[in-house]
Ligand binder design. Structure first.
Ligand code: DHK
Length: 378
């Protein structure tokens, strides 16, 4: 069982009482208990450590060398000041995921600076204590299947992870687009479960990062990025350009549907719990006005898959009946309009919510995966 060390730095011993409006009301003991449980669910053995002292944190990281396979580290304010912690992470050569409970990019400017990030394989922030769970999941998926990160543009978010199946190619490809209501604290790590599951089924996957609201993205930059990433993926050696699909979750479903209309010869475009009707998303203020922030004054109809029909690509729209983030009415309205416009579309409505599509073992994802494989392997 791979071992992971979860390290918390200064002031995190005060979790639960220190600024609960920022860090929540759960204690460090609660967090450590949850981290052990999340690890166990993923087949990881988690041990935890906390210190308020820079040297003690460094000593603990040194001791981890050769005894753990991964580190999850919230270095607290040392994140912003400690070159020594950066060097310790680099020296031990164990993959480390940087975590912050709060949204460090939207607080005091000095919190947006991380000196340790260059020594980490990923950064998770602004997702509350659940961020530690995402960090553990990232390590788990990183170890499950090798990936190659390709840059499709100069910005750090113009990157995508390519996972290739075993065996001789050329291989079919599914481009994956993560959700998170286009907000910058949600990154492609959330799509790693589907990415690993599909590659195990013999489909190469390109898990796309794109510039998001608050980090240089928004309409139409985010869409342009997804299209550029997909074109770069299709061009990779070993990919069969005749067998390509795109699938997106939530706001990534919105981007996947729009990108599909710009990509030649796709076998399938799929939206999972997707935002397909931008005007309704705006009117209904989904996710506290996320659509308005994304559009920043642009005309919603231009950015709405529903208004772009027919897309001219075989479509799959899968949605949970109990989805409380993106109502199922979005999928139903889109499917009816797509069929009326002459697109070939399958609508799959299941008992479930918004996030089951991210779990490789969940029937909602499995139903989607089977359809993607069928579209690409036939
Ligand atoms: C925790 C701290 O203690 C701060 O110093 C960082 C981080 C943010 C967190 O969000 O978990 O700036």
């Amino acid at each position: 069982m791979p071992r992971v060390l979860v390290v918390n730095g200064p002031n995190l011993n005060l979790l639960g009482t220190r600024r609960p409006e920022v860090y929540g009301s759960q204690t460090l003991a609660d967090l450590e208990r949850m981290a052990v449980g999340w690890g166990a669910e993923l087949g990881l053995e988690v041990e935890c450590f906390q210190s308020n002292h820079e040297g003690a944190l460094i000593d603990r990281l040194h001791a981890a060398r050769g005894t753990v396979e991964g580190v999850v580290l919230n270095a607290g304010a040392y994140t912003h000041t400690s070159y020594a912690l950066h060097d310790a992470l680099e020296a031990i050569g164990v993959p480390a995921v940087e975590v912050h409970i709060s949204n460090v990019k939207e607080r005091e400017p000095w919190r947006a600076v991380s000196l340790i990030a260059p020594a980490c394989v990923a950064t998770v922030y602004g997702r509350g204590l659940e961020g530690y769970r995402w960090a553990l999941r990232h390590l788990h998926h990183r170890w499950a299947w090798p990936l190659h990160t390709l840059a499709y543009g100069p910005a750090s978010d113009q990157a995508a992870d390519l996972r290739m199946p075993t065996g001789t190619g050329p291989h079919p490809l599914c481009v994956l687009v993560h959700g998170g209501f286009w907000r910058h604290m949600w990154t492609r790590d959330v799509m790693e479960g589907p990415a690993v599951d599909l590659v195990r089924r013999g489909v190469a996957t390109l898990n796309v990062e794109y510039r998001r609201v608050g980090a240089g993205g928004g309409w139409p930059v985010s869409l342009d990025d997804v299209v550029a990433a997909a074109l770069a993926g299709i061009d990779q050696a070993g990919i069969d350009r005749q067998r390509v699909a795109i699938a997106g979750h939530s706001a990534g479903g919105h981007l996947a549907l729009l990108a599909a209309a710009c990509l030649p010869g796709l076998r399938l475009a799929a939206a999972l719990g997707g935002v397909a009707d931008m005007e309704a998303a705006l009117e209904e203020r989904l996710s506290e006005g996320a659509a308005a922030a994304f559009l920043a004054g642009a005309e919603p109809a231009h950015a709405s898959p529903l208004r772009r029909l027919p897309l001219g690509v075989p479509l799959l729209v899968a949605h949970g009946r109990e989805d409380d983030r993106v109502p199922v009415s979005q999928a139903q309205r889109f499917a009816a309009a797509a069929a009326a416009a002459g697109d070939r579309i399958e609508l799959v409505v299941s008992d479930g919510g918004h996030f089951e599509f991210l779990e490789a073992s969940d029937p909602m994802w499995r139903a989607v995966a089977e359809r993607i494989v069928a579209a690409l392997v036939a």
